[in-house]
Write a protein that binds this ligand. Structure first.
Ligand code: SF4
Ligand code: SF4
Length: 382
């Protein structure tokens, strides 16, 4: 990560958003968005600050709700501050809304206050919303999508309806972005056929929107779970118009639809790991609980393109490797298969055999010479 970007992230971490009024808050987030997402600064930020209330429809597919949990656990700003300051109307969120469902005491519920299907249909008709998808979408069995039915509809159908009128679509978490844990290789994977919104693992031709014949751009915020900052700052940038859809996306996103600012193509978690000095000196833990580099315990951080080492987690307190957990490269499109076996030292297939980005390859090559270790195979799941 460049020094400028590092300073930017540190600046963000030091801002107390609670002490800002709405306008200043939005200027701060807008500036971050401008610096981060855009190559040329957009002066119309001032106009964007006066935007009308923005609605968010947040759908859950096949997932553990860990990304919503991560979002609720905060970051800076936390979700309550962000929704208030950004004037966002979280119009629908399955685990936060108080909808009762379709039936109540044996009677069909027919108001949007109580029936989530009616509420969603009303919101689709109104349009002018950002669609956030958490969780993957089963295409199976046989393309029917019936491995996930909510109410009277398959989630595949629900996604298609919601996507049509969305102003922007954001896939949050590894499952929504690429299929994630739900799409891991197994005896039933072909039958369940889990897809991400715009990708199936690394394959953009198999995303669920393509399957549905919907041609709309998608911003992927992967991670298992996604970091609350990644989610909120991306939403902030979209809401503020700092990232214009679709025009700015080719410059803002990498080949897997990830915002480059959070998932830098030329940097990995390994670059900023607090244990990096041990790696460079060839000092490796072989049992959990030690102070040294976790490579031999299966750390895949040299292949994880994310800013975890700088941004850190849980209010910037710590992160996976700092806390003693090997990085499992949860932000990569091939995850989890590309990181398996998770807690076993990566196989030695030689640098040339590793299917990794060129810059990471060079970085790992240099470190490998120093530490006497070699590259990982299958890291990108291609
Ligand atoms: S291999 Fe993992 S634990 Fe070791 S320095 Fe790199 S990121 Fe840190
Ligand atoms: S350190 Fe690795 S496993 Fe942990 S959140 Fe970041 S990319 Fe995922």
């Amino acid at each position: 990560m460049s020094t400028g970007m590092t300073n930017l992230v540190r600046t963000l971490d030091s801002v107390d958003f609670l002490k800002l009024d709405r306008r200043t808050f939005m200027k701060v987030v807008g500036t971050i968005g401008a610096t981060a997402f855009l190559t040329n600064y957009q002066t119309e930020i001032v106009n964007a600050l006066e935007f009308a209330e923005t609605k968010i429809i947040w759908l859950h597919g096949s997932e553990c709700t860990g990304c919503s949990e991560s979002l609720l656990n905060g970051g800076n700003p936390d979700v309550a501050q962000a929704l208030t300051k950004l004037n966002v109307n979280l119009a629908y969120h399955e685990t936060l809304c108080a909808q009762q469902g379709i039936w109540n005491d044996g009677k069909l519920v027919n108001t949007s206050e109580l029936n989530s299907e009616i509420l969603l249909e009303e919101l689709y008709k109104e349009g002018n919303y950002i669609l956030v998808v958490e969780g993957s979408i089963p295409n199976g069995p046989d393309g029917s999508g019936r491995y996930l039915v909510i109410g009277n509809k398959t989630f595949k159908e629900t996604l298609g309806e919601a996507a049509k009128n969305a102003n922007a679509i954001i896939a949050v978490g590894a499952c929504a972005a690429y299929g994630g844990i739900t799409s891991a290789d197994s005896d039933v994977a072909k039958d369940t056929d889990y897809r991400g919104v715009a990708f199936a693992k690394t394959d953009s031709s198999k995303g669920m929107l393509k399957e549905l014949g919907i041609d709309k751009p998608v911003i992927n915020i992967p991670g298992c779970p996604a970091h609350p900052d990644w989610i909120l700052l991306t939403l902030g940038a979209v809401i503020l118009g700092k990232i214009k859809i679709p025009d700015d996306l080719p410059a803002a996103l990498d080949q897997y639809g990830r915002p480059k600012v959070f998932f830098p193509p030329d940097h990995t978690v390994h670059d900023n790991c607090p244990r990096r000095g041990y790696y460079d000196r060839g000092l490796f833990d072989e049992q959990v609980g030690g102070p040294n580099c976790l490579w031999k315990l299966g750390c895949k951080a040299p292949y994880a393109h994310a800013d975890c080492g700088i941004r850190k987690w849980n209010g910037s307190v710590s992160m996976c490797t700092q806390a003693g957990g090997p990085c499992i490269a949860c932000v990569e499109p091939g995850f989890p298969d590309s990181s398996r076996p998770l807690y076993v030292e990566a196989e030695d297939e030689g640098i040339a055999g590793a299917n990794i980005d060129t810059v990471a390859k060079v970085a790992v090559g240099a470190a490998a010479v120093a530490a006497g270790v070699h590259a990982v195979r299958r890291m990108k799941g291609e």
